[in-house]
Design a protein around this ligand. Structure first.
Ligand code: ZN
Length: 549
């Protein structure tokens, strides 16, 4: 994640939310700007993207820290899914296209904003595989404090160069098919830099070669599908230390001055991986290993090359992130960003609209980490610490096909929704088997919310669609409306919800002796010995609002 918001991705914003719940229903679709032509070119899976499937990239570039330039090529191999004579790739308009070739032929292309439409002299045939070389050069943009491609200096004045481009898009610095639906099956990355620097990128280190001109090429092999935005360079005067977790190589990189702090803080990586392996199964990129790399921004989940800038301190930027005393026990960036190896990198949304699959799930993984380390009660406390950050102003799922990032509720409300779903399943053993299977079923795939809902329904035998829809496709929380009749000793109850079929069971009554009721949007009445003030609702297990009269 990034933006001024968390990407957590790159950067959680310092959110100062009030704890007050919104009691009135909020508009479902607050006015948002119409998508621009650039948004559609980037976001839409149009004909010239859908006509092919990516197989492989080899990005081979030279980075010049003095001139602040990059130059090189991306070899792109793809299979045609339709006969056609044109495909769409993407590269920011400020970078030069030097030439695009296929074999000995130089190809014609047309640029429109960030899109590059490549034309072929003869029809490319369905089912056939083709490879082109896309040569480019220039000075990529630095967007905001974290984003883009940054030529910087470390505190000792040495070059420090890094990429973080999830929101803005990888085509900010290299040519690719810049969307979320299609990923290459594997990739090579070759980065040539001055001899005295180190490049740490994704995948398994495959050696370095002195080029004899003051530059050394660092080669990395990525053995798994990878999001474009996860592809990253981290170039600096890094020192390296290593560890192992069973058969999994763990590699750590920090500036020389920070090495001792890094050795201490990065030790948390092992326990993090153990916790997530407990819930979801083996670390999904075993052949590539796991890396943690110091950077000057807060952090980002670059696949197998997670970047870290959390001051070598627990909490998030030295704050108690969910404000309930639990966040200071662990390093938020290590736990959150690495959680994306499971959800975001292995299981990936096919459109940025459904990015809660990355952020809601990974925020929930933090909660599971707390539960694994310190027990269910603390896990619940940490989870509900997120309630104060939820805004309920826009649906979590954003409009599709327009490259618009969803609101930050995808993080916190997303996690609270998954905690709610656990209570609906109402059987922890079954719940943990279910989320394990969800991960195993969808890993290395790019999916939409509908795929996940169908799988939940199939595995549970329940119709959870209205619950998913209520939480993900509407802004407001469901409200449990309660009306007490003291004379009759009854309480009437119903859901006020946007989904007509919303019928979520919920625990109500006495805190030490909950009873589960099955409200719908129609009133039901039951006997109760409890008065209005004593009649409780388990709002720590179900993220809902309650109204009593
Ligand atoms: Zn994240």
């Amino acid at each position: 994640m990034r933006q001024p918001i968390l990407s957590l991705r790159a950067a959680f914003p310092l959110l100062l939310c009030t704890a007050a719940f919104v009691s009135a229903r909020t508009p479902q679709h607050p006015a948002s700007p119409a998508p621009t032509r650039a948004d559609i070119l980037r976001g839409e899976y149009g004909r010239y993207r859908a006509n092919n499937h990516l197989l492989f990239y080899h990005l081979d570039i030279r980075v010049d820290p003095d001139k602040k330039t990059i130059a090189g090529k991306n070899t792109i191999r793809f299979k045609m899914l339709q006969d056609d004579t044109r495909i769409q790739l993407d590269l920011f308009a400020n970078l030069n296209v030097d030439k695009i070739t296929m074999g000995a032929a130089t190809l014609h292309y047309e640029r429109e904003l960030g899109a590059v439409f490549v034309d072929f002299p003869e029809t490319l045939k369905t089912g056939h595989t083709y490879a082109i070389d896309f040569y480019y050069s220039g000075t990529p943009e630095t967007i905001s404090r974290f984003g883009g491609f940054t030529f910087s200096k470390d505190p000792a004045g040495r070059p420090w160069i890094y990429t973080a481009c999830e929101g803005i898009g990888a085509s900010l610095w290299w040519p690719n098919k810049d969307q979320w639906r299609d990923e290459v099956e594997n990739m090579q990355l070759s980065v040539s830099i001055p001899n005295d620097l180190v490049d740490v990128s994704n995948g398994k280190f495959a050696g370095k070669t002195d080029l004899g001109d003051g530059y050394t090429r660092w080669d990395w092999h990525i053995h798994y599908p990878i999001n474009n935005y996860d592809v990253s360079l981290n170039i600096g005067k890094y020192e390296h230390f290593a560890d192992r977790l069973g058969g999994l190589p763990l590699d750590f990189y920090a500036l020389p001055e920070d090495l001792e702090k890094a050795r201490k803080q990065f030790a948390q990586a092992k326990g993090m991986i153990e916790a997530y392996q407990h819930y979801f199964g083996e670390y999904p990129f075993k052949k590539d290993g796991y890396k943690l790399i110091e950077v000057p921004y807060s952090g980002m989940e670059h696949q197998t090359a997670v970047t870290y800038g959390n001051h070598f301190a627990n909490g998030y930027l030295e704050r108690d992130w969910t404000g309930v005393g639990i966040s200071p026990r662990f390093d938020f960036i290590i736990i959150h960003e690495s959680g994306h190896e499971w959800f975001g990198n292995a299981v990936t949304a096919a459109d940025v609209s459904d990015m809660w699959i990355h952020e809601g799930w990974t925020t929930y993984l933090e909660c599971l980490y707390v539960e694994y380390r310190w027990g269910k009660e603390d896990g619940l406390k940490y989870t509900n610490g997120y309630q104060s950050k939820v805004r309920n102003q826009e649906p979590i799922i954003a409009p599709r096909g327009v490259n618009r990032e969803p609101p930050q509720d995808m993080y916190f409300k997303g996690a609270l929704f998954l905690n709610t779903l656990r209570s609906v399943v109402n059987d922890d053993k079954r719940w943990f088997a279910l989320i394990h299977d969800v991960f195993q079923h969808f890993k290395y795939r790019n999916i939409m919310t509908e795929d996940m809902v169908a799988y939940f329904n199939q595995k549970t035998g329940m119709n959870l669609t209205p619950i998913f829809d209520e939480y993900l496709r509407h802004a407001a929380l469901p409200v449990l409306e309660l009306k007490f009749n003291d004379a009759e000793g009854t309480v009437s109850y119903r859901w006020k919800a946007d989904e007509p079929a919303f019928a979520m069971p919920i625990r109500v009554g006495a805190k030490d002796n909950w009873q589960i009721v099955q409200p719908t949007i129609q009133w039901k009445t039951m006997k109760t010995a409890l008065k209005k003030d004593d009649f409780a609702v388990a709002t720590d297990l179900y993220f809902v609002n309650v109204s009593k009269e």
